[in-house]
Design a protein around this ligand. Structure first.
Ligand code: GH3
Ligand code: MG
Length: 335
């Protein structure tokens, strides 16, 4: 326990030293002026001096050159001593002086002549207070750290809850939210919105002949290929369920959606995932585009794309079909 005694009276310094040593405080630093104290604390050259050892400062108020109150103010102005308790030791117990001392950052005071019992009791209670403040501060830090970890865990959970466990791409729930949000934006901004639904062809027989593990791996490859081929930052690829995927293309018209759907169809075919009959695994796609309005809903867009997908299956699979009913958006010259 390091205690710094600052007093310009040699007698008082000796008295304080002997009381404190007898009480077991043996790490004592002594300064006969504010300047000597500043040197010990490293205030004069910015170095830390013996500062790391000082847990408490006993400061005389009446000193020649610089008063204890001014010394207290200057020490407290230094960041690393902000929490170091300073106890004034003074013959001046006038309320105005004490008020000035407290305003300068002193934590307590003790009157001269020094009473041994009172001095030790006050030192103990100041140190207990400081210890308690330290303990609470450490606890506060721990709590802040726990809160940070909780926030991280929450974010991770939120991310996980929006991803499909098998393929790692966006799941159905997040897709629903995203489509709703983009729908509302498109209504506000009068912009087109396209949706592509994709379904792996004859996937049931792939599973039945090659097994579910191979089926899962195929789903992962198809998901990765679709994600990799859809480039715009605002687009979203999600697993709709089973062997079905969806792609949301905000700000995209029918011809843009047709292009993306065809690219995806070709990408999957060129993956060369061999089906049970030796052919490459393929997908069928249905796409729909609209300029959303308050009279229509995202469900209409999904239904239209789904019907087009059904049509693609009917016409022999491995193809992309445009929806009939919702294709109200005129083709642009260039998407
Ligand atoms: P179609 O060309 O008409 O789409 O024929 P299909 O056999 O693909 O028919 P459908 O799309 O209805 O079949 C979906 C199959 O996808 C059924 C099931 O065997 C398979 N499946 C769905 N979810 C999973 C999954 O998580 N893992 C695996 N391995 N297979 C799945
Ligand atoms: Mg299928």
């Amino acid at each position: 326990m390091g205690i710094l005694i600052v007093d310009d009276s040699a007698d008082d310094r000796l008295l304080l030293q002997s009381i404190l040593s007898a009480a077991g405080y043996d790490d004592l630093l002594v300064a006969d002026s504010a300047a000597a104290a500043f040197r010990l604390l490293g205030l004069d050259d910015g170095k830390h001096g013996a500062a790391s050892r000082v847990d408490l400062i006993l400061m005389d108020i009446v000193m020649s050159e610089m008063s204890g109150i001014e010394a207290c103010r200057q020490i407290k102005a230094v960041e690393r001593f902000r929490d170091t308790p300073i106890m004034m030791v003074t013959v001046k117990t006038d309320p105005v002086d004490l008020q000035l001392a407290f305003a300068a950052g002193a934590l307590d005071y003790i009157g001269k002549p020094i009473n041994k019992i009172e001095l030790l009791t006050r030192i103990r209670s100041v140190l207990r207070l400081v210890h308690e403040i330290d303990r609470r501060r450490a606890r506060e830090q721990e709590l802040l750290e726990v809160m940070r970890q909780l926030q991280e865990a929450n974010q991770m959970l939120l991310r996980l809850s929006s991803l499909d466990g098998l393929t790692g791409i966006t799941n159905r729930r997040q897709f629903d939210d995203f489509l709703d949000q983009e729908w509302r934006r498109a209504v506000r901004e009068l912009t087109p919105l396209s949706l592509i639904m994709l379904d792996i062809d004859r996937f049931k027989s792939y599973n039945d002949t090659l097994g579910h593990t191979s089926g899962d791996e195929c789903l992962r490859q198809v998901a990765a290929a679709i994600s990799g081929a859809v480039n715009r930052p605002g687009d979203l690829v999600a697993r709709y369920g089973g062997d079905e995927f969806v792609v949301v293309l905000p700000g995209t018209r029918t011809d843009g959606a047709a292009q993306v759907a065809e690219t995806l169809r070709q990408r999957i075919e060129s993956l060369g995932i061999t089906h049970s009959d030796g052919d490459c695994t393929t997908i069928s796609a249905g796409f729909a585009s609209t300029i959303p309005s308050r009279n229509t809903s995202p469900t209409d867009l999904i239904k239209a794309a789904d019907q087009a997908l059904y049509q693609a299956k009917q016409e022999g699979r491995n193809r992309a079909k445009q929806a009939g009913t919702l294709s109200l958006v005129p083709h642009s010259d260039k998407d």
